[in-house]
Design a protein around this ligand. Structure first.
Ligand code: ASP
Ligand code: MG
Length: 423
């Protein structure tokens, strides 16, 4: 008998039918002799709908109130799920994040978990009950206000609880069968990975793969907690996110684990920046002071004749207007000529631990993009990732071309997208 933490995403509990289906799965796990803790997301697109509603009453809703509103989504699903389980003759108790002991900092909308004290969950389990926990939320240690962990944060709740409870596994249930070599919505011939390492999964998640929340993977790696990503709509074995690929699993030792793409970023180009020591520091300090996370940076060699250079960087589209505003403020001081803002870009990333020991991956990647007619605008790399920026309209074409070029295509259709609007 083990302790299993299961997390069900919004598409798995989109309606009453979904809740009942999930309740059955949970009861089956319990009947198999396990202790079960369930973390649940808001139903379907509830979170998006609540955000839309907030924006209708205020263009800039206060973070504290927005968190209070959004956490209601998870409360609805946790209570309904507990009722559905009760109806199957099993005891379930629901808990808010705060009741479950998820303690965070006070950064509304992007709170970090500081500590997890799951005493009430342990009591519920000791009483033989199934514990249902509202995902994506906690309580601030300082202010005692309700916080949220950022979009998609229920994954992180699940992993954090699993670590605190010393669970045997954290199962993340979603609307696809696991982690695929590319988004099956874009590449129908994508292949399901049996295993993916924490390191690869971190790069994939950071590069736009939405199947797991980045912070949950960081958390799992820190505690060496295995994650099993699988579908709540099938009984198929999913993908295991683990420290190392199992020995001798040749399929999994492919050089490339997968391809991620991201359309959520924009590019800012600062034109005609004087090539002086300290200018880049000044520019990026201003951006950092506004808490804006930037991604890729490219600076050209300055033209000898003019002593001027251009600096481009990418950032989340949502931060675009804030960043241009800040840069405009320091334009006189820094002395650059102008700013360009471009939100029609896409980012394509190739990820694989095998890249370390295989030369020529970059050349092969760029060649396949050129054959597909995709123009590269920016490049960045890590030890196990190569990312490029291209036109948003070329992105999906590029993903498919790279998927084929690196032999990732499956000859049968493995990927079934069971639900979700991908919103
Ligand atoms: N309901 C929240 C969201 O949609 C959290 C989650 O689903 O993990 O972002
Ligand atoms: Mg959701």
């Amino acid at each position: 008998m083990g302790l299993i933490v299961q997390k069900y995403g919004g598409s798995s509990v989109a309606d009453a039918e979904g809740l009942k289906r999930v309740a059955n799965r949970i009861v089956a796990t319990k009947k198999a002799g396990h202790q079960v803790v369930v973390v649940v997301s808001a139903m379907g697109d509830t979170t998006d709908e609540l955000i839309d509603l907030a924006n209708q009453v205020s263009p800039m809703p206060h973070g504290r109130e927005l968190d209070m509103l959004l956490t209601a989504g998870e409360r609805i699903s946790m209570a309904l799920l507990a009722m559905a389980i009760g109806n199957l003759g099993h005891e379930a108790q629901s808990f808010t994040g705060s009741q479950a002991g998820v303690i965070t900092d006070s950064s509304h909308g992007a709170a970090r978990i500081i500590d997890v004290t799951p005493g009430r969950i342990q009591h519920a389990l000791a009483d033989g009950a199934i514990a249902i926990v509202a995902g994506f939320q906690g309580i601030s240690q300082d202010t005692k206000d309700i916080t949220t962990l950022g979009r998609g944060g229920s994954d992180t709740t699940a992993v954090a609880l699993a670590a605190a409870l010393e669970a045997d596994v954290c199962e993340i249930y979603t609307d696809v069968d696991g982690v695929f070599t590319a988004d099956p919505r874009v590449v129908p011939s994508a292949r399901k990975l049996k295993t993916v390492t924490y390191e690869e999964m971190l790069e994939l998640a950071a590069s736009g793969a939405k199947v797991l929340h980045l912070r949950c993977v960081e958390y799992a790696r820190r505690f060496d907690l295995p994650i099993h990503v699988r579908s709540s709509f099938s009984n198929n074995e999913g993908t295991w996110v683990v420290k190392d690929h199992p020995e001798g699993d040749t399929m999994e030792q492919a050089i490339i684990a997968g391809i991620a793409h991201d359309k959520s970023e924009a590019k800012i180009t600062i034109v005609g920046v004087p090539d002086r020591t300290g200018t880049a520091a000044r520019i990026f300090q201003a951006i950092a002071d506004a808490q804006i996370n930037i991604d890729m940076i490219v600076q050209n060699v300055s033209a000898a004749a003019t002593g001027l250079t251009d600096i481009s960087f990418t950032l989340p589209k949502a931060e675009g207007s804030k960043a241009t505003e800040i840069l405009t403020k320091i334009q006189g001081e820094v002395g650059f000529a102008s700013l360009q803002y471009d939100d029609q870009i896409g980012k394509l990333s190739l990820v694989g631990a095998g890249m370390r020991s295989h030369p020529g991956i970059t050349a092969q990647f760029f060649a396949c993009l050129s054959e597909a007619g995709v123009n590269i605008e920016m490049i960045s790399t890590s030890e196990i990732r190569i990312s490029i920026v291209c036109r948003a309209t070329d992105l999906e074409k590029g993903v498919r071309a790279a998927h084929t070029a690196f032999d990732l295509d499956s000859d049968q259709v493995e990927a079934v997208v069971y639900g979700g609007t991908g919103r």
